[in-house]
Write a protein that binds this ligand. Sequence first.
Ligand code: ADP
Ligand code: MG
Length: 712
Amino acid sequence: MGTARPRAESSSVRSPASPVDPLGASLQFLKGVGPRKAADLKRAGLVTVEDLLYRLPFRYEDRSRMEPIASLRPAARAAALGEVTSAAVTVTRRRHFKIFNAVLSDRSGSIRCTWMNQAFLADVIRPHLTIVVFGEVRLDASGLHFLNPEYEVVTGDPGGVHTGRIVPFYEKTWTVTPNMQRRIVRQALDQLPPALPDPLPAPLRSRLQLVSRRTAIEEAHFPPPGVSADALNAFRSPAQRRMIFEEFFLYQIGHAWRRSTTGGEPKPHRIAVDDRIRASAARALPFRLTPGQRQAVREIVTDMQRQPPMHRLLQGDVGAGKTVVALLAAVVAMENGLQVAFMAPTEILAVQHYGTLARLLSQSRFRVDLLTGSTPAQERQALLAHIERGTTQLVVGTHALVQEAVRFHALGLVIIDEQHRFGVAQRAALGAKGLRPDVLLMTATPIPRTLALTDYSELDVSKIADLPPGRTPVRTHVMPESRRDEVYALVRRELDAGRQAYVIYPLVEGSEKVDLRSATEMADHLQADVFPAYRVALLHGRMPQEAKEAVMRAFAAGQAQILVSTTVVEVGVDVPNASVMVVEHAERFGLSQLHQLRGRVGRGAWASHCVLLYQAPWTDEARARLQAMAETNDGFVIAERDLALRGPGDFFGTRQSGLPRLRTGDVLRDADIMEAAHREARQAVEAGELTPELRQFVQQRWREQFGLVEVG
Ligand code: ADP
Ligand code: MG
């Protein structure tokens, strides 16, 4: 307390960096940190001054307003400043149990402070000293007092470390207590030079009104008077925002930089759009595009006309109509003499896309083909020859498209549907077959903006936020299993009206979980006992491919009215006549998955229902998931909820997530800052504003934090 805190000054990367990085110094050499404490700190992951200062307080408490002692009231948390007028240790009847009492007085009055079992305080809090205490004011038979308050002896001005100010709280790690960390942080700050090299370019800082690095580091730990504790606890103080921005910016620079070095090689061809091409695209289009679709097409076609290959992610909720957007991109590529590969994650989906695209292009001069694992050998040979000669312009297929035997004549556009179903390697393998092709990734699993900016930061993102007209929102009912009869009645009403129904099971045959009714048994039961007048079909992942397709075809053609299925229908399947879906054991599904499933209904003009049947007992999280489903149909809202429920690491389930390990920021809490960092980093890289110093910062941070050695 009373130490003169250095006034922070602005600094710039351009100013010569000191030969020894003051933040790189080991904590061991800090005053008051010996080898023992250094070992404790190391166990808590704190080795350098930077480690320490970039671990921000997780909470702040305002202990700055000193109350006159006479106005202290019971049950309030308060700070008081006064002189110690008496102090004494008393020993209770319980052996070894000692109580230290001190009386604190100011001009208005006095109050007792009591510490249990801390007799050593008699040496610290001595009469005539001025101290600040902070804690809860209590009232009992012995009167008003502070019990075990935080305290600090005041030697100079009353801006303290533990009291008398807005006080930082740190997460306790191992043996490093919050109080200890607060003291060490203060020491580290006091030993920092008045200016530090700053990774943020000065013009950027002044444009975004970001404080200097030195100021930010100081004030994020020890906020100056006048900063609101609420802002601090929301991580919105200028100092905190600056530190978070710095972290996100360096991360985004790394991405933008890598993108500029790997994705920047220009395409060996030029794509142009003229009236003839526009007319050709319009002919293929069966309906008016929604504003969202039109915007997405504009963004995609603009990318395609640029020389660097496109890397764009098209996001649109289930049923938003991504397929025709992809079709229009394909027409532009084909009109420019290029081939297009359209890859889907499942055979069912590839067949469906092939059907749609071939129909829409039937009046055009383009040849559309289908290549999957089950394409017969002879047909396959002929098809491969067409692809290699370039007489086939559009190939729709599964991952069969990435096989070695598939060679393109002039592949200029790669479209990947439900992209998260593919590995990075498969996506790259398809791209490698082309002439640095444009790549369009599509997903109906809405990726929260925050994740799109981290995991997919190298991609441009288009979003279709609206749905085609004429859709009636699906009504969602969350019901216990005991109300099954009502559910069957609802299904029967729909079937009687000529509609179709899905019944979804978490997994087939119940081999892993005995309490799960198997889809197979259920299909038999529904057919024999519940809906004998209708045809029940069964679809599950272990059926042979041809059998699956035959079942899907029959259902799409209305030859079966009920489809009992495992989650293989989850992705992309389009049967507009289906108006009701029953999800069994809904409590076992993830939120995004339920949303995908629900997207299979509500595709026609009539009102649709989704019934989520759950079996008790369910967890709070399961309840929250099903509630979210009942509350909203908006896939983006659902994705954000899912992310909040599961945390970023789990969001894509088993998929390897490329999320950074962050020190100061939080991708959810600080989404707006990530957005700004993304924008600024892209601009800086595109404008060639990467100074050697900035590169060095990025490389250093990436190596340390993201475990990557090579950047660019
Ligand atoms: P998804 O984005 O889930 O892939 P699809 O491309 O399968 O969606 O489209 C869903 C349904 O909506 C299809 O039947 C499609 O023909 C129809 N559709 C798409 N766009 C429009 C539109 N602008 N107007 C009317 N119907 C549309
Ligand atoms: Mg689709």
